[in-house]
Design a protein around this ligand. Sequence first.
Ligand code: TZP
Ligand code: MG
Length: 231
Amino acid sequence: MRNSFDLSAYFVVGPQDCGGRDVADVVGQALDGGATFIQLRVKPGDVADIVHDAGRIADEIAARKLQDKVAFVIDDRVDAAYEARANGVKVDGVHIGQDDVSPVIARQLLGPDAIVGLSAKTLAEVEAANALPCGTVDYLGAGPLHETATKPDCIVTDADGSTHTLDAARIDALCAASDYPVVVGGGVKLADLPLLAGTRAAGWFVVSAIAAAADPEEATRELVLTWRTLR
Ligand code: TZP
Ligand code: MG
């Protein structure tokens, strides 16, 4: 059976985001603060490095007995997720972008029990995700709420070439159109949670609000408790 998952407090992180701190330690702190979903996003990364870090992050999750509560996926690299799972590392699945391997191939490679997340930031991308074979995709990731130095190329481009970030109305339009839960991120900080909580988003995702915080555990706890109060 596919693990159920909680998108409400979704932490995306790789070694490049941790200011010289160990990525598995930072994930451990985020877990102690209440993160509900972890994505390992290594830029750049080769399979061996990703599988190594994935094993250490899976150990942090297991040490807290959170394997059935906190989902753990790898960004982009279906090959690394496949290899990790083949080596007995508890990776639940992948999060893929529009330019990565197709979600259908990811599903075929990882099997029916894996979690497959897909980035989709326009109505056209949401509708294309809806049209995929049933059971291909589990959730969508949308952004950015704000332009962000963590992923400078993340911006929504309309058919006429104009670019924009998301706002509450656009988020609600994506959520209403989507057959899947939608998690929203990109420049999200504590102060954005009231706006997000007023939308139909299933949760928020962040990199720097946790990874670059002086105290990642406390930063996560503040986000999680604030979200719980708002929802
Ligand atoms: N996908 C869309 S924006 C983004 C990703 C991975 C980066 C978000 O990083 P931050 O630091 O929370 O703005
Ligand atoms: Mg990607």
